[in-house]
Write a protein that binds this ligand. Structure first.
Ligand SMILES: Cc1cc2nc3c(=O)[nH]c(=O)nc-3n(C[C@H](O)[C@H](O)[C@H](O)COP(=O)(O)OP(=O)(O)OC[C@H]3O[C@@H](n4cnc5c(N)ncnc54)[C@H](O)[C@@H]3O)c2cc1C
Length: 275
C-alpha cells in the first residue's frame, strides 16, 4: 500500500523549497522512478508542474532547457536538431516509448541516474551547467562525479534547468547505443566530438554510459590522441589502456570483456568513418 499521504503542487520555488525542508517530502518530476521506488521515510511528494520549468530557448551562444521539460518535448524541439550534430535529439529519442518520454523530465533523468539514462552521457561531452535553485551552476563534468541524489538534488536543491554552449560548427559529433534487442536497456552508449586539421586531431572528446553507474569521460584517450594523426591502432591501444581504469559494472547479460570490446568497436567505427 502507498505510503504517500500528501501531494503538493506549489506555485513558486520558495514554497517548493519550504515544503522540501520537511524531510518527509521529496520532489517529483515525471514520477517514472518515484512511482516504483519511494524511499521509506517519504510520505509527501512535491510536484514541479506549476513552476513553469519547461522553457527551451537559444540565447546567444547558449541553449537553455528547463528542468521540467519532458524528454518528448526536447526530442521534438527543432531548436537542437542541428546543434551538436543532433546527438541530444538522438539521445532523447532513445528514452523508452513515447508514453514514457511524455513523462520523463530532464531534471528527473539527470538526478536519478541509471546506467541506461540517456541525457547524462551527452551532457558529459558538452560544455555547460546544471542550474539549481539560487541560480547555482555546476559544470556537467563535476555534477556527474557523484550520485546527484547524494549531493542533495531532489531535497534541498531543485534543478531549474541546464544551459549548454552551442557548438562552433567545425567539429563532428557522433552518438550510438547498443543493446541486444530493441526493447532491451542499453549495454553501452558512446558519444564523441572530433575536430581535425590536416589530419591532426585538434579536439577530441569521448563519453560513455551504461557500462558504469555514472557516465564517464575518456580523458586518457583524449589526451593520448590530441595533437597526433588519428590511426586505428593508436586509438585501440589508448582505449584498451583507458578501460583498465573504468569501473565496468556487472551486467548479467554479458561479460565485462564483451562490454569493453563492443564499446571499443563502436568508438573506432564512429571516429574512423568521419576522417
Ligand atoms: C519503462 C521505462 C523505460 C525507460 N527507458 C529509459 C531509457 O531508455 N533511457 C532513459 O534515459 N530513461 C529511461 N527511463 C526513465 C528513467 O529510468 C527514469 O525513470 C527517469 O529519467 C526519471 O525521470 P522523471 O522525470 O520521471 O523523475 P522522477 O521519477 O519524478 O524523479 C526521479 C528523481 O529525480 C528527482 N527529481 C526530479 N525532478 C527533479 C528536479 N527538477 N530537481 C531535482 N530533483 C528532481 C526526484 O526527487 C527523484 O529523486 C525509462 C523509464 C521507464 C518507466
Amino acid at each position: 500500500m502507498s505510503k504517500i499521504k500528501k501531494f503538493y503542487r506549489p506555485e513558486n520555488l520558495d514554497t517548493a523549497l519550504e515544503l522540501l525542508s520537511d524531510e518527509k517530502n521529496m520532489v517529483i518530476g515525471g514520477g517514472t522512478t518515484v512511482a516504483m521506488n519511494v524511499p521509506g521515510s517519504i510520505s509527501g511528494l512535491v510536484s514541479l508542474k506549476k513552476l513553469q520549468l519547461s522553457e527551451m530557448k537559444v540565447t546567444g551562444s547558449k541553449v537553455e532547457i528547463g528542468g521540467g521539460t519532458t524528454a518528448q518535448e526536447l526530442y521534438k524541439w527543432e531548436g537542437i536538431n542541428n546543434v551538436w550534430g543532433g546527438i541530444l535529439t538522438s539521445a532523447c529519442r532513445n528514452i523508452g516509448s513515447t508514453l514514457t518520454r511524455n513523462l520523463v523530465t530532464v531534471g528527473g533523468n539527470i538526478v536519478s541516474v541509471f546506467p541506461w539514462s540517456d541525457i547524462p552521457v551527452v551532457l558529459m561531452l558538452l560544455d555547460g551547467n546544471v542550474v539549481s535553485t539560487g541560480n547555482n551552476k555546476v559544470p556537467f563534468q563535476k555534477y556527474f562525479e557523484k550520485s546527484p541524489v547524494s549531493q542533495g538534488y531532489g531535497k534541498d536543491k531543485i534543478i531549474t534547468g541546464i544551459e549548454i554552449e552551442k557548438n562552433t560548427g567545425n567539429e563532428g559529433y557522433f552518438w550510438e547505443t547498443f543493446q541486444k534487442t530493441k526493447v532491451d536497456f542499453a549495454m553501452t552508449t558512446i558519444c564523441g566530438l572530433i575536430k581535425t586539421e590536416n589530419k591532426i586531431v585538434k579536439e577530441l572528446r569521448l563519453a560513455i554510459g551504461a557500462v558504469s553507474v555514472l557516465p564517464v569521460r575518456l580523458t586518457g584517450v583524449e589526451n593520448a590522441l590530441i595533437g597526433k594523426e588519428l590511426t586505428e591502432s593508436a586509438l585501440r591501444e589508448a582505449l584498451k589502456k583507458e578501460f583498465e581504469n573504468v569501473k565496468i559494472r556487472d551486467d548479467f547479460r554479458v561479460s565485462k570483456g564483451y562490454i569493453c570490446e563492443v564499446t571499443e568497436n563502436l568508438i573506432v567505427k564512429n571516429l574512423m568513418k568521419g576522417l
